[in-house]
Design a protein around this ligand. Structure first.
Ligand SMILES: [Zn+2]
Length: 256
């Protein structure tokens, strides 16, 4: 790209950051200039859709296009809010190299606003996906049908568009990395880097319609669940875990 092209691309990025139109595609072409002077790690922002109560679902694009594509998702259950600090720390600090990274810190914004596991329809988003879906009630209320919830459909569109090689879905409070996935060797690698035990969670005995199952079935990439404890320290969430997450792919923040 020549100098004028670079200037125009930078302008387009700045405008994209101001406009924040719903469901807009990122209006940049793989450049690594930041869209946000206040957030130098951010390459772009995408609104994936809206929650039941109209809150935006937002994905932040970080890292280095051309490197392995990774999506990190937190707060799928609105009462499991600690791990989103990991994603916010990655978003808010220095630029990241070595991975093409998207973070969705607050996947269930209505649940987060109300401190509830489920969305505003009372549905467990992690039982609403159209793979192995079953009509479940109680803690795992799966909704009236597969993909009934706007949050589910927004994430399906996003993952289908980005097609990440790796997806980590952060939860609490079971402490561990789920071995029940397509590539157990990867689960062991994640567990080692995050200093968590590798375990089989078996979806609390209700492996129906989960996001990771759907993704693993539908795409060539691998999705797995990471569970922190009930009250992980702020220091772990904001300082250590972000570095550990990047180290899984040999990625790092720019220094200096
Ligand atoms: Zn959870």
């Amino acid at each position: 790209m020549n100098r004028l092209g670079t200037v125009l691309a930078t302008l387009a990025l700045a405008l994209a950051g101001l406009a924040s139109t719903p469901a807009a595609s990122p209006s940049y072409a793989g450049g690594v200039a930041s869209a946000r002077p206040d957030r130098p790690a951010v390459l772009g922002v995408r609104t994936l859709g809206r929650s039941v109560q109209g809150r935006k679902l937002v994905a932040w694009h970080l890292g280095q296009p051309g490197k392995p594509k990774v999506v990190l998702i937190a707060t799928m259950h609105g009462n499991e809010r600690a791990p989103r600090q990991i994603l916010e720390s990655l978003r808010d600090r220095r630029p990241i190299r070595g991975v093409d990274l998207w973070v969705v810190p607050t996947y269930n914004p209505d649940g987060a606003a109300h401190g509830t596991r489920k969305n505003a329809h009372g549905v467990d988003l992690n039982r609403n996906y159209p793979y192995g879906w079953r009509d479940l009630d109680g803690n795992y209320e799966s909704g009236p049908r597969a993909g009934s919830e706007p949050e589910t459909r927004a994430m399906m569109r996003f993952l289908g568009d980005v097609r990440p090689k790796w997806v980590l879905s952060f939860h609490q409070p079971l402490v561990g990395v789920d071995l029940d996935t397509k590539r157990p060797a990867f689960a062991h690698r994640v567990a080692r880097h995050l200093d968590l035990p590798a375990k089989r969670f078996t979806c609390g005995g209700a492996c129906h319609g989960t996001m990771t199952m759907w993704f693993n079935h539908r795409f060539t990439g691998t999705a797995l669940t990471v569970e922190y404890g009930d009250r992980p320290s702020r220091r772990l969430m904001r300082e250590r875990a972000p570095r550990q997450v990047l180290s899984i792919w040999g990625a790092h923040r720019v220094t200096g």
